[in-house]
Design a protein around this ligand. Structure first.
Ligand code: ATP
Length: 430
């Protein structure tokens, strides 16, 4: 894990937030490469869950919502972690993270009584502080979807089964921090609420578990590092009919990437109760009104991004030296093509390289780099997962060809400059 954290900082994937002030706990900033990678992860999810399907639409709800939303959803009352302190080493833990009643830090078994701690961040709306102006930063994106259920039906004429998807920031005042970007106080979620008739809920629950398990593999995560964990009955929320986590084998152990839950009709019923609005679905064919069931695949952008980084990290011996390479899926790699001049003092080579970049960057995310010798430049691009390096040399000026090097095989092809676009388009297809 240290290697990943160090690479992330050194190469500009992830920085500690507010680092020059000593760093703010459990908050992280994505640097130039990290922000590209995270965008690509979100894009891959949106494609699979929205664009490549006929039955899902998108939504972008606001972070601030009426505080009644959180009363209806149960968050005001129940969104607690129960915390205990180890009386020996004084460290604080989530009660549900303690195994065999042993302190994870010192191994002793002497804890304080558990205390509930609400995870929502409270803030105020408007200038006058007081009961009515209290608001919360949303702790999940899902509720923005439920409160817009009727708006989406009315504006799109969708019939069941259909889903509403959303990607956005969520905030939780996590008390047990750590493990890099795995647990943050401000993070992004990718959530889908898939509405179905109660009769079809089990079928879609299984389907979505399979779809989401497959998605991580489609984007390069090795199957042996993924597992499904079905929640036992006593772990389920009282309304839930089932929940299965997709877990990844992180260096710190198997941990949740995403949860897929059958939430039954709890959420819409709650919001109907609290808002006094009719949120039932009208089945016009059978002229029946009912509350749909909801299947919810709920994943974390940051956890997925971290898993893709960890899983793609490779070290190998090449000519007696260690080559670090991020074998990221082409769709996720932050940089698709690096254009490298062999001699940075030769202005003809430099100009040609810069012109090639100008053309290629219309189609692919490209960088130009002339700050080191070619061997070093290749290593630097390998380390951040750049798919192809295009090298412009003295011969390129005469034969109008360049060398294209593949990140994974390190095989080099000589390609005519006027064929480069076609060649790379083919190679970068996914
Ligand atoms: P955990 O048990 O690890 O706290 P959770 O079960 O509370 O997670 P959910 O409420 O199901 O998480 O949230 C759905 C997804 O959102 C999680 O699977 C995870 O990917 C992501 N997520 C939740 N909390 C955080 C966090 N603090 N930092 C980063 N991602 C998070």
């Amino acid at each position: 894990m240290e290697k990943i954290v160090s690479l992330c900082k050194r190469r500009g994937f992830v920085f500690q937030s507010s680092e020059i002030y000593g760093g703010l706990a459990s908050t992280w900033d994505y640097g130039p490469l990290g922000s590209e990678l995270k965008r690509n992860v979100k894009e891959a999810w949106w494609k699979a869950v929205v664009h490549h399907r006929d039955d899902v639409v998108g939504l972008d709800a606001s972070i601030l919502m009426d505080s009644k939303v959180w009363e209806a959803s149960g968050h005001t009352k129940n969104f607690h972690d129960v915390l205990v302190d180890c009386k020996q080493c004084k460290k604080r833990f989530r009660e549900d993270h303690i195994k065999d009643n042993k302190c994870p830090a010192c191994g002793k078994t002497d804890f304080t009584e558990g205390r509930a701690f609400n995870l929502m961040f409270k803030t105020q709306l408007g200038a006058v502080a007081g009961e009515n102006s209290d608001a919360y930063l949303r702790p999940e994106t899902a509720q923005g979807i439920f409160v817009n259920f009727k708006n989406v039906i009315d504006s799109t004429s969708r019939r069941l089964p259909f889903g509403i998807a959303q990607i956005g920031k969520s905030f939780r005042n996590e008390v047990t921090a750590g493990n890099f970007t795995f647990r943050m106080r401000e993070f992004e979620q990718m959530e889908l609420e898939f509405f179905t008739s109660p009769q079809d809920a089990d079928k879609f629950y299984s389907q979505w578990i399979n779809e989401r398990f497959q998605w991580y593999q489609d984007y390069g995560i090795k199957k042996e590092n993924l597992q499904l964990r079905e929640h036992p009955k006593d772990e389920l929320a009282h309304y839930a009919k089932g929940c299965t986590d997709v877990e990844y084998r992180f260096p710190f152990g198997w941990s949740e990437l995403e949860g897929i839950a059958n939430r039954a009709d709890f959420d819409l019923k709650q919001h109907a109760d609290f808002s006094k609005k009719d949120l039932q679905y009208h089945d016009q064919i059978n002229n029946k009104k009912f509350y749909p069931y909801v299947i919810e695949p709920s994943g974390g952008v940051d956890r997925a991004t971290l898993a893709f980084l960890v899983d793609s990290y490779h070290e190998e011996e090449v000519e007696g030296k260690t080559r670090v390479v991020l074998r990221l899926h082409k769709a996720l790699a932050p940089i698709k093509v690096a254009i490298l001049p062999l001699l940075k003092k030769n202005t003809d080579i430099v100009n040609l390289a810069k012109n090639i970049k100008k053309e290629l960057q219309k189609s692919f995310v490209c960088v130009y780099n002339d700050t080191a010798a070619i061997g070093k430049l290749y290593r630097r691009q390998d380390e951040v997962g750049t798919c192809y390096c295009v090298t412009v040399d003295v011969d390129s000026l005469q034969d109008k060809q360049v060398t294209v090097r593949d990140r994974d095989t390190m095989v080099q092809d000589r390609i005519a400059i006027d064929q480069l676009q076609t060649y790379l388009t083919e190679k970068l297809k996914y």
